[in-house]
Design a protein around this ligand. Structure first.
Ligand SMILES: [Zn+2]
Length: 63
């Protein structure tokens, strides 16, 4: 089985994803309602991961 986010081999610890990062990206896509939109842009994946964390209310960024 391969990671649905980046198609790397999935890790048993994070399956079906390959890493915590890809699991975050997947969550972000669900939260943003854009799960069906494929993206291979690493920067976009980071943005989605950030959005996922914000969406979970962990807003502890220093200002
Ligand atoms: Zn992955």
């Amino acid at each position: 089985m391969s990671c649905p986010i980046c198609d790397k081999e999935s890790d048993a610890k994070y399956r079906p994803f390959c890493s915590r990062r890809c699991a975050d990206v997947d969550l972000g896509r669900w939260l943003n309602g854009s799960y069906a939109v494929p993206s291979s842009d690493p920067d976009d994946a980071d943005a989605l991961a950030d959005a996922a964390r914000d969406g979970l209310g962990q807003q502890k960024r220093p200002h």
